[in-house]
Design a binder for this molecule. Structure first.
Ligand code: ADP
Ligand code: MG
Length: 648
């Protein structure tokens, strides 16, 4: 007798479950995709214990007919494909007919469903793949699937599950992102009875992004708009020579972050191809390529991209969990995505196109007030700009500080172009020779410090400070302007992280412990991150209900700011922990501490301090931008200075 046997369905399903059901989030993904395929508009998801104890999804989709409700649990039973031809152009999210039998084989599953076509509904119950019952029952139209005790009969799998927090974080991220793909639909997600996500239908992706992430993140994002392009597809190798080139329409929508948002991993890149959430190396590479030179290598942006194309251009039947795709013309798609994202990033770049100067009056330089006004507009908004120019023939003449406008900090990064000056009207000039280029920028190519110019940073010669806020320095490659606050912020940020890594964050003991009251939400966050705060230099202790006593704080944070930093950190934890890794959260906390402890603008600095600041900045690993993404330095290349003076 031969040795090969056909496996029973029970065993086959369990094997398939190994591929399809990796963790609770994969179950949620399959259920959500089924509900979407069923045309549902409302998705109510309940999770308990990170999905181990309970996963329930109720939808208002088309439901199942009695016979189908049973058939759905047969292997390879699907309503979505009829024959092999359909595999070439899959328009639904599911098609393998594997999910339900796989999930049923590793859990206790209850399906309650009713199609509007039938009077009564059906309840089907499985445990470990065995049918327990199939009854007629009264239900509202739609489907409710309840999965309990996931992996109860696969102890090996159960062991691999991570903490409840990790598993719910995966689920929350998944549901969040499907909610972004479907702004017109309602999504509700509850974990252990606490609401994690609740969004009602809105008209646009932008509004959904706002609902989900809030305005702060939205501010850091650039909207790609709706970009359609007809692309010529290369002919297949075996195409007849006279076959005309085919064009296919590709559409890319979504949001990407500006280069100032720098994530340590790719977890914030979400890609949808024809509505399907996928992970795809080709597209990930295209995105990285779009940011090439705009952000340090090994940093990644936030991206939420929807690529739509002809179903024939993409093969989704590559991986059992359907998270990978293969494009028929990979390089065309790659270049389209890279170029589209790059284009929008370049267009949005806060390139320092310093505006057209007022043509120089004979014998007079550009008044300081105007110069300062321009500098200001790069990161600051002036509350009151004096209208009368301050006389003076040297641009950088130290002005009387009292006559200068007050600086008001604006949001660090805003997606709107910030350098939208009207060119100043040309003034009459007495000089005989026409001054060429009067509309040209003052410094045509003032640059935000890029990685290539780092070298020059090491031997800057400080010249002074303007408005007690910016350091002016001569470099071998031109004139530099450095924002003292953000420069110091960068230095402290790296210092805090380095100390944290070595286990010795500097902290200062408070004479009297500071007692701070917390809200319920803050209390939860505090409990979660108390250890990390401790490692960052906050020695705290719970002090009765919803109150903590702060005994020490990170060195350098002024006493008056300690409470603010603490609240900021709790807020970061709340916002970030669900999506970001602990590492990201730690960086965000360090950034908050650094910001509070850094030298403020409007602070006069001794020359020695300026020297120290420049040297320390040069020694940081990323002196281009502060941890929040603001540029630290502007550079006016010598070449452009020469050009502006018509010397070359
Ligand atoms: P697939 O999605 O690949 O077809 P599944 O095992 O996920 O396979 O589902 C099997 C079938 O069960 C689907 O083809 C669909 O007909 C039906 N089904 C599953 N979930 C739902 C739902 N929420 N609403 C209506 N029908 C569903
Ligand atoms: Mg399915």
């Amino acid at each position: 007798m031969g040795r090969i046997r056909i496996l029973s369905d029970t065993v086959a399903n369990k094997i398939a479950a190994g591929e399809v059901v990796e963790r609770p989030a994969s179950v949620v993904k399959e259920l959500l995709e089924n509900s979407l395929d069923a045309g549902a508009n409302e998705f109510r998801i309940e999770i308990e214990a990170g999905g181990r104890r309970l996963i329930r999804l109720a939808d208002d989709g088309c439901g199942m007919l009695r016979d189908d409700a049973m058939l759905a649990f047969e292997r390879h039973a699907t309503s979505k494909l009829a024959d092999v031809k359909d595999l070439l152009s899959i328009a639904t999210l599911g098609f393998r007919g594997e999910a339900l039998p796989s999930i049923a084989s590793v859990s206790r599953l209850l399906l309650e469903t009713r199609s509007p076509e039938e009077q009564s509904g059906t309840a089907v119950e499985f445990a470990g793949g065995k049918l327990l019952r199939c009854d007629e029952a009264a239900f509202a139209a739609g489907t409710v699937i309840t999965i309990r005790d996931l992996f109860f009969n696969v102890p090996a799998r159960k062991k691999f599950l991570r903490s409840e927090q990790t598993e719910i974080a995966h689920i929350a991220s998944l549901v969040t992102h499907y909610s972004l793909a479907h702004p017109g639909k309602t999504f509700l997600l509850r974990h252990n009875n606490a609401e994690l996500l609740s969004v009602s239908p809105v008209a646009s992706l932008r509004e959904r992004v706002f609902q989900v992430f809030g305005s702060q993140i939205l501010d850091d994002l650039v909207d790609l708009g709706d970009r359609n392009r007809d692309l010529n597809m290369p002919l297949d190798h075996d195409a007849p020579p006279d076959e005309p080139a085919r064009t296919r329409r590709f559409r890319l929508r979504g949001f990407v972050s500006g280069p100032q948002v720098q994530k340590l991993n790719r977890n914030s890149i979400y890609l949808f191809v024809n509505g399907r959430l996928i992970r795809d190396r080709l597209l990930l590479h295209a995105i990285s390529a779009a940011y090439h030179n705009l952000m340090p290598a090994a940093c990644y942006p936030f991206a939420l991209l929807f690529l739509d194309c002809d179903a024939e251009e993409v093969d989704v039947n590559v991986h059992p969990s359907k998270t990978e795709v293969r494009f028929r013309h990979g390089s065309v798609v790659h270049d389209f995505v890279r170029d589209t994202v790059r284009e929008i990033l370049m267009a949005q770049r806060p390139a320092s196109n310093i505006p057209a100067p007022t043509p120089p009056q004979p014998g007079a330089g550009l008044p300081y007030s105007e110069f300062s006004q321009r500098i200001e507009s790069m990161s600051f908004a002036a509350a009151a700009i004096p209208s009368a120019p301050i006389p003076g023939d040297v641009m950088l003449d130290a002005p009387d500080p009292a006559s200068l406008p007050e600086f008001v900090l604006r949001r660090p990064i805003s997606p709107e172009p910030r350098f939208d000056f009207e060119p100043a009207p040309p003034a009459a000039s007495n000089s005989k020779a026409p001054i060429p280029d009067t509309h040209g920028p003052l410094f045509p190519d003032a640059q935000i410090l890029d990685p290539e110019s780092l070298d020059a940073l090491t031997d800057l010669r400080p010249l002074g400070q303007i408005h007690d806020s910016f350091i002016i320095a001569a470099g071998r490659d031109g004139l530099w302007i450095i924002d003292q606050h953000v420069a110091h912020e960068r230095i402290l940020f790296e210092q805090v992280l380095a100390q944290r890594a070595n286990g010795g964050t500097e902290s200062q003991r408070l004479l009297v412990p500071m007692v701070i009251g917390l809200s319920a939400a803050q209390q939860i966050e505090y409990a979660r991150i108390a250890e990390e705060m401790d490692a960052l230099g906050f020695e705290t202790e719970p002090f009765g209900n919803r109150t903590v006593a702060v005994k020490s704080a990170p060195a350098g944070v002024p006493a008056g700011e300690i409470e603010k930093v603490l609240f900021e950190i709790l807020e970061i934890a709340e916002r970030e922990l669900r999506r970001a890794s602990l590492d990201d959260v730690r960086r965000a906390m360090a950034a908050s501490i650094a910001c509070r402890a850094a030298i403020k603008i409007n602070t006069r600095l001794e020359p020695a301090k300026i020297d120290w600041l420049l040297r320390s900045l040069a020694a940081t690993s990323c002196p281009m931008s502060c941890p929040h993404g603001r540029p630290i330095a502007l550079r006016y290349p010598t070449r452009d200075i020469l050009k502006s003076f018509h010397r070359i």
